[in-house]
Design a protein around this ligand. Structure first.
Ligand SMILES: NC(=O)C1=CN([C@@H]2O[C@H](COP(=O)(O)OP(=O)(O)OC[C@H]3O[C@@H](n4cnc5c(N)ncnc54)[C@H](O)[C@@H]3O)[C@@H](O)[C@H]2O)C=CC1
Ligand SMILES: CC(C)CCC[C@@H](C)[C@H]1CC[C@H]2C3=C(CC[C@]12C)[C@@]1(C)CCC(=O)C[C@@H]1CC3
Length: 345
């Protein structure tokens, strides 16, 4: 009689493993003795111990070989939030996640850890020490957030302890660190174009920025604590640095660290938000004629001018989570890692 080989608990797959967070996660998993299968639409590096599978996660047949003999899957693929392509977000984050779940079940995967986002509850108004029981945003600000909400619901609802398919979701916020293609590069580009002179609002709003290694740590703890009898099954977890900082102090520290001037002049929040909305509408109307991408999108302005920081008490209690890199060290390591983005480089 043929016996089904139980996948090794040290063999896992990272969907989106070529990306910023995905690659940091892969590196840590290797360090911890896992063998890793990466599935991504692009291959951005090579590493011993990693098998690459290139393909679109919406294609189940392409995905299945990457999940063979794998017991644990991390799903951290998504289109970049800066994209304004509703169809792409719906296809990848919603339909694609349905396919990821089906493929996991078909391949006999036991645990699925989704990278969600703390933004699933953000509607552009203040969130202070937000806990996981806040309702999902009723009016999400952008397509990214709208589809991250649906994605998280799909993964958490798929959790089935009786069938032995266990799922959880990590909600990080404002990930930063070496190789991030988003936060520091966009900030520096904006500064180089002379647009980082202004503080939106009074500049006192507190925000979470989370060093990438803390986010990785939260993912691995979640995976290793995910068992049939644990409270983690089917629940989301905030993972932050647990050190809320003024949004504009964080931006200034990074800018000054890289040799640029810190923003100084204040602009009223509602004025900038209104302008950003107008620009977004204009870009939408003019899209058939020509395309332009405003730097100050409504989402970015909302993030820059409101409080949004989250409690990670649930992760501390259920996962034993504690940040392993402080904000100060994280910022120093990040600044050091971008010599090519320094003023004058
Ligand atoms: N960067 C941040 O501040 C935050 C990110 N997140 C979430 O973390 C996850 C990782 O984000 P990052 O590493 O920052 O982004 P990233 O853009 O560096 O990585 C995403 C990866 O997904 C891959 N991908 C996209 N579409 C795909 C498809 N159809 N099939 C296969 N692979 C595909 C990309 O090629 C890329 O390698 C995402 O789910 C994002 O929503 C959540 C909170 C904050
Ligand atoms: C132009 C300036 C006002 C802002 C420059 C920095 C921004 C690019 C970043 C500041 C906060 C960041 C952030 C995200 C992307 C990059 C920023 C807007 C996310 C939207 C990424 C995806 C998420 O899930 C939530 C993040 C919140 C913070």
């Amino acid at each position: 009689m043929a016996t089904r080989v139980r996948p090794s608990s040290k063999r896992c797959a990272v969907i989106g493993g070529s990306g910023f967070l995905g690659r940091h996660l892969v590196e840590k998993l290797l360090e911890r003795g896992y063998s890793v299968s990466v599935f991504d639409i692009r291959q951005s590096y090579e590493l011993p111990g990693v098998t690459f599978h290139q393909g679109d996660l919406c294609d189940k047949q392409a995905l299945l070989p990457a999940l063979k003999d794998v017991s644990l899957v991390f799903h951290c693929a998504s289109p970049a939030p800066a994209s304004d392509d509703r169809g792409l977000f719906e296809r990848v984050n919603i339909q694609g996640t349905r396919i990821v779940i089906q493929a996991c079940i078909e391949a006999g995967v036991q645990k699925l850890v989704l990278t969600s986002s703390a933004s699933v509850v953000f509607e552009g108004t203040d969130i202070k020490n937000g806990r996981e029981d806040l309702p999902y945003a009723r009016k999400p600000i952008d397509y990214y957030t709208e589809t991250k909400i649906e994605q998280e619901k799909l993964v958490l609802e798929a959790c089935n302890t009786e069938r032995g398919f266990l799922t959880t979701a990590i909600r990080p916020h404002g990930i930063f660190g070496p190789r991030d293609p988003q936060l520091v590069p966009i900030l520096v580009d904006t500064a180089r174009r002379g647009k980082m002179k202004f503080i939106i609002g009074d500049g006192t709003n507190l925000v979470d920025f989370t060093f990438v290694e803390n986010v990785v740590h939260g993912h691995i703890l979640a995976a290793e604590h995910l068992r049939q009898d644990s409270p983690i099954c089917g629940r989301p977890y905030h993972i932050t640095n647990d050190e809320p900082i003024r949004f504009w102090d964080f931006m200034s520290e990074v800018l000054v660290g890289l040799g640029y001037a810190a923003p100084r002049y204040h602009l009223p929040y509602s004025l900038v938000y209104g302008l950003a909305l107008l620009l977004w509408l204009l870009a939408l109307i003019l899209r058939p004629l020509f395309s332009f991408k405003p730097t100050f999108t409504p989402m970015r302005v909302a993030l820059a001018g409101t409080h949004h920081y989250y409690s990670c008490d649930r992760a501390k209690q259920d996962l034993g989570y504690k940040p392993i890199v402080s904000l100060k060290d994280g910022i120093a390591r990040t600044v050091e890692s971008y010599p090519h983005l320094r003023q004058g480089a």
